[in-house]
Design a protein. Sequence first.
Length: 628
Amino acid sequence: MIVYQSSKKKFLGDVLSNEIHDIVRQEYLARTGHRVSQQEFRAWEDSMHHMGGVMNDHDIPEDAGVSIEFHIPQTSKRIDFIITGQDKDGNDQLLIIELKGWQSAEKTAKDGIVRTRFSGGLQETSHPSYQAWTYSELLRQFNETVYTENVGLVPCAYLYRFQHEAADGIRHPFYQPYLDKSPAFLQGRLEKERLQAFIKKFVKYGDRSRLMYRIEQGRIRPSRSLVDSLSRMLEGNPEFLMIDEQKLAFETALELARKTDDPESAKQVLIVAGGPGTGKSVVAVNLLVELMRKQGKVAQYVTKNAAPRAVFHARLTGRMTKTVIFNLFNGSGTFHNVLPNAFDALIVDEAHRLNEKSGMYRNKGENQVKELIQAARLTVFFIDEDQKVTWNDIGSRQEIAQWAHRAGAQLHYLELASQFRCNGSDGYLAWLDHVLGIRETANPDLSGLDYDFRVFSDPNALREAVVETNRHSNRARLVAGYCWNWVSKRDPNACDIEFPQYGFRMRWNLVEDGSLWIQAPNSVNEIGCIHTCQGLEVDYIGVIIGNDLVIRNGAVVTNPSARAKTDKSLNGYRTLLRTHPEAAHRKAAQIIKNTYRTLMTRGMKGCYLYCTDEETREYFKQKSPPVR
């Protein structure tokens, strides 16, 4: 979608008459049905005035194309300003200009990230040159007209109010790799002339081939290079092999994708339910690759939880640009402003973690389930309702079915039953459900199960066992319930989890590791939480159960007040407690139990346990084999 499209001559006329910003606003409303904020309107007025000055150059062809606010398909991103034409050899060229009204910015230590002032204060954001370059890469990887006709893509950034004394914040050598790909032009006459010369280097003649029209009408499908990079990620990786019900779910999803080839066919929604270790993520990633490789579909892997996405990002880094990777492995909160059926398929992993509202302040969109179904011809939801671990998790079979029905979609349901984690032991999961009070099962103890479960009386012994196991393959980690404030986030020298009687002191996972904590080389020396390990697995997991879950006289008792103040998982509990105390207690208890169930199922070969409460430790010891 393009909000405004014309020739250079008409654009300059609209600027001269002081109508350009009004025209853009009216076109935006007509094409999207949404009004823009006054802040965005003023930004258009300001930036178009400055671009009018740039384009007012006799040597830039009158019939060069000008496009404003081009919406990049399958994303929520828009390119500010595009110039199209042909170079001296008659080759089609498309110039992307990222416009910024910033006055200054600061360098950060993060690749491609700067810090600048917005209305809410100083914030980190993408470097403008990085932004423009990545937008060009998205077009190169997904627009068939661009990659088959070898269209020249030329990105740059124009910071028309940026003060030269602050130039180091943009032009520091740290950012040179992106400045080489996408130069940045700043405030002033000389900078404007440099930008004009840059444009004229690539646009000698006008848009004789209706390039922007062809791009807008071009098919959106993944390029061969993109598919090859994804395919190589799977090749030779036994962890991505599918067996039994996994293969059935995979083939069923492919069949439903083929049904959507008919534009008159109904939307398709597939729910794939399965517990921890049943291979939901294995099927999801294979499905992403196969839909793009064999069927040429535009698809995305979606999960609210950042940790699984970060692991895939790390595996693909170096093979494709970060923006392309992030566009393939996306969060669930970005679909509220996506056009209907923008995607052929969305593969939603960890669907139990979906929320109603999106955005940092939960003020965007209506319902993530609804928005995901609306955005694609086929939506596949992988779900385990027993892994809802925060107050705002709404993903359920009932919720998905409700929105599928409203969308007129055909609904299908499959279940993954075979257990590939916890040494393939369904009995361990049943035992966990029993001892955590989630549901009664026929597995009150662990007798006869081939799974290394141990209970430790000393947290130091737990840590030593995990560290020792980790030496073999870097596949053992320590995690804990969120019962300790994250003080080390602000004070790197502080420890978060301390047991003075044992001389035990450790920190929560480091900020710099972020969602990659579970595979960071030295993270065995830190303690992870539900947010950095859900959706992932290791060989051995060490779990610390805090005082939010204790055993009293053989019964599980949960205590929401024992959760750390820095934990947001139970936000909403106190509000509901005032009006419906029984419902509040019931929901909080379920979240706490689900949290420990999830933590205690991250280990494929073993789970080592320490409980801060003595009676709770004795309870788990009685229910498990003796320590070996």
